[in-house]
Ligand binder design. Sequence first.
Ligand code: NDP
Length: 452
Amino acid sequence: MTTRSETQTTLDHLLTEIEHRNPAQPEFHQAAHEVLETLAPVVAARPEYAEPGLIERLVEPERQVMFRVPWQDDQGRVRVNRGFRVEFNSALGPYKGGLRFHPSVNLGVIKFLGFEQIFKNALTGLGIGGGKGGSDFDPHGRSDAEVMRFCQSFMTELYRHIGEHTDVPAGDIGVGGREIGYLFGQYRRITNRWEAGVLTGKGQGWGGSLIRPEATGYGNVLFAAAMLRERGEDLEGQTAVVSGSGNVAIYTIEKLTALGANAVTCSDSSGYVVDEKGIDLDLLKQIKEVERGRVDAYAERRGASARFVPGGSVWDVPADLALPSATQNELDENAATALIRNGVKAVSEGANMPTTPEAVHLLQQAGVAFGPGKAANAGGVAVSALEMAQNHARTAWTAERVEEELASIMTSIHTTCHETAERYDAPGDYVTGANIAGFERVADAMLAQGVI
Ligand code: NDP
């Protein structure tokens, strides 16, 4: 039997090979390290996982598509962006994962997101594989008409790669209800099919599921609450710092408030707002969802309790809980040090890979409960899968039913991560628990389905 340290050496060689084979993709390297550095105990304990080629197949996408997206701005000028869809792993079901529209998008970013998605989707216990896509298009400051033309051009290529049984995209940064609407419209037009299950995050009345917009943020708060419960605490009266002010951040703040916590911050790329009285969600939604404005407008209109801090780190604000909900690597070593100094009890990732590896290490060393994104933010994709189920059955569930299912899935993910970590001698380590539990489910399916 191979020891854990021999197995880790093999995994380390593989990581070096991944870096060579995928140059200039630092985010993908980071995501691969994060997973492969925790797998030695399970690979050493179960020899079938050491089978040559299994992990090598897991880190290589089944398919990667890159394409040109030409579109015309309101002045008639032709713009050219790049589109991506990485279909990473379909052992458990059709590829499933969002589309991100942000200028920082490149192949490495989409591959890191797609890789994470494989394990996250496995953790939900539902039948969905892992994929991700997007474009370096920046929707900020673009008119609705420009966003529509871009989405139509994007879908004119993407449509041939997706389908309800093949690959089912959804939203992510820069892709919300408006974009999903334009994308779905173009898909329907090109294919002449009402194929509701081809995209999730659709609007109410044309195939969308109730609670899908809320699901990622709500789910993350439920995960944080479950971690606190393990320590004999609850959310009531806790102060929370939340970053971002998009879909995930807004519904994180909503659920925190509903469960008695005080969410005192939000942010965007211009800076952050701290509001001692707790974030006023009606005002934030008006500014972000209706006016598509910046967070400084919140402080201007809110009055004395709120102030806007341009630039700066939201993690300097003292709090019991931190829920990063903006983007990758937004919480670094300095931020973790500040959070620990201020007595943070739990950090739960709404965003994907928002905490750098060094910061995760510091938090775990300090005994802070740390919920990794692939577990903590899985509520969004879980309700997307429930949207697919409703589409397939041509039915629509009540909000109560969807919320109950979401709560039960989040509880089950928490229990799975917690128990798996204990089983592999890492009690309380949700990173190890999530990686191993997600890996086991995908690896078992891949082994059963042969070398493909
Ligand atoms: P949105 O586009 O709705 O909001 C993103 C927010 O993060 C905005 O406030 C944005 O500010 C901020 N942000 C984005 N990039 C940066 C950056 N480079 N620097 C500073 N701020 C930034 O996206 P979502 O809320 O949907 O997604 C947020 C995170 O949650 C992402 O990591 C996403 O992958 C993850 N996630 C989302 C899910 C979903 O269901 N939507 C599911 C699971 C995870 P600005 O407008 O100034 O750019």
